[in-house]
Design a protein around this ligand. Structure first.
Ligand code: ADP
Ligand code: MG
Length: 411
């Protein structure tokens, strides 16, 4: 280990940062002490740096397993721009490029070697004579066959711990409930690895649930009272994104529909318009949002209930990234529950999907602090009511639950 320089000066030197984000330091310390770990940190929490910095502090090369070609490329480009020796390897490259990278790897010329899980098994002989200092599994939830991003090749990674018993094996993800956490550790053969669970709390997000009656009227009133603000309305179907967008337009406010049925060009141009504040409101299916980095989204409305809490959390998480107040409204109707149940029925993991849906429904129906319930789902205990949700603002003793139930049942 090259430890002449303290971690903080390396952080500054290689990445230009003066301080760590929450949890980074504790995670990096564990890795530097050669521990296997599982870290769960929200999107944008700075997971990459947690394995990149230790990789630079150890002699040898770190292997980073990453599921998406685009993600690999972005990270490698960013590392190279910081003067770090990194390369990626996957099936989209031609043989000449692949061979070039493999010879760099063989010569020990790389600090970080990014690889797709599918390509990894074939490369295993190349690793034998190398000094592999760290193995990082990014987006580790892909290992769980129940999850939405399941990648079969991730389940083949168990041999890594036996091939490199002395090398820290570290797994990172933004979404893993208790069962997925156990799955990740078991399958990677790191059953006793400590779990670092970073806070998922976003205090600036106001959380509100409303009965799903008169949604259009409520939405028009809400956005009418917030001119100039950027926001996203999520709907369940492509058709409803179109019809809601045109109703919003008819009321004199500009909005665009976005869904996977549009051409790639149309989707790109809508995204660009939104990011550059040319269109304030997007009415979208869940196809919208991944990888969109817009800091000033002031509100997110769920026209329909999401199918699980992970999705809900991810979607509201797109608001208020600048840390300023953002308002999130979830419209809850029993009709949505029925519809979502229909979607889940007959799918290969029906029981699991329905269990997740029921947790979502419980969240929407609960008459206690929303944030406590939300964080509890991710395994985090909040000891006090948050003061920034509809329930905290109007506690249930002043709240007529029967009215809500009636409204919900008749929606
Ligand atoms: P994640 O993988 O957890 O979603 P990333 O690793 O992509 O997050 O990091 C998100 C952003 O945070 C990146 O722009 C990264 O450069 C930045 N970042 C990471 N660590 C720090 C830090 N210590 N200080 C400031 N910014 C950081
Ligand atoms: Mg990441």
């Amino acid at each position: 280990m090259i430890a002449e320089q303290p971690v903080l000066s390396l952080l500054k030197k290689h990445f230009g940062y003066d301080s760590f984000k929450p949890n980074q330091e504790a995670i990096i310390n564990d890795i530097l002490n050669k521990k296997d770990i599982l870290a769960i940190m929200p999107t944008g929490g700075g997971k990459s740096l947690c394995f990149q910095l230790p990789a630079l502090m150890f002699d040898g090369t770190a292997i980073v397993i990453s599921p998406l070609i685009a993600l690999m490329k972005d990270q490698v480009d960013a590392l190279k721009a910081n003067g770090i020796k990194a390369a990626f390897y996957n099936s989209s490259q031609d043989t000449t490029v692949q061979n070039d990278i493999l010879s760099q790897l063989a010569n020990g010329a790389l600090d970080l070697f990014y690889v797709a899980p599918e390509s990894l098994a074939n490369l295993s002989p190349y690793f034998n004579n190398l000094n592999i200092n760290l193995i990082a599994v990014d987006e580790a939830h892909c290992i769980s066959s129940w999850g939405h991003d399941f990648r079969p090749a991730y389940t083949q990674l168990g041999y890594l711990k036996s091939q490199f018993p002395q090398t820290p094996l570290v797994a990172f993800t933004a979404t893993a409930d208790k069962a997925t956490q156990a799955d990740i550790r078991t399958q990677l053969n790191i059953p006793n690895a400590p779990v670092h669970l970073a806070s998922f709390d976003r205090k600036n997000l106001y959380l509100e649930v409303r009965p799903g009656t008169n949604r259009l009227k409520q939405i028009l009133k809400f956005i009418g009272s917030r001119p100039e603000e950027s926001g996203i309305v999520y709907c369940l179907s492509r058709k409803s994104t179109e019809s809601l967008a045109s109703k919003i337009n008819a009321s004199g406010i500009e909005a665009k529909a976005y869904h996977a049925g549009l051409s790639a060009e149309a989707r790109n141009s809508i995204q660009e318009d939104f990011i550059n504040d040319r269109v304030p409101i997007i009415v979208a299916t869940i196809a919208f949002g991944m990888g969109i980095d817009k800091s000033n989204v002031r509100w997110v409305i769920h026209y329909n209930m999401p199918k699980n809490i992970e999705g809900y959390y991810q979607e509201i998480g797109r608001s208020g990234r600048d840390g300023l107040a953002a308002h999130n409204i979830l419209f809850y109707s029993y009709a949505d529950v029925v519809q979502l149940r229909k979607f889940a029925e007959g799918s290969s993991n029906e029981t699991y999907q329905i269990a997740k849906l029921e947790r979502m429904q419980q969240f929407a129906e609960a008459l206690s602090c929303r944030r406590i319930a939300l964080l509890n789902y991710f395994g985090e205990q909040l000891t006090e009511n948050c003061g920034n949700c509809d329930i905290c603002k109007a506690p249930p003793k002043y709240f007529d639950g029967t009215v809500l139930t009636k409204k919900v049942c008749s929606a």
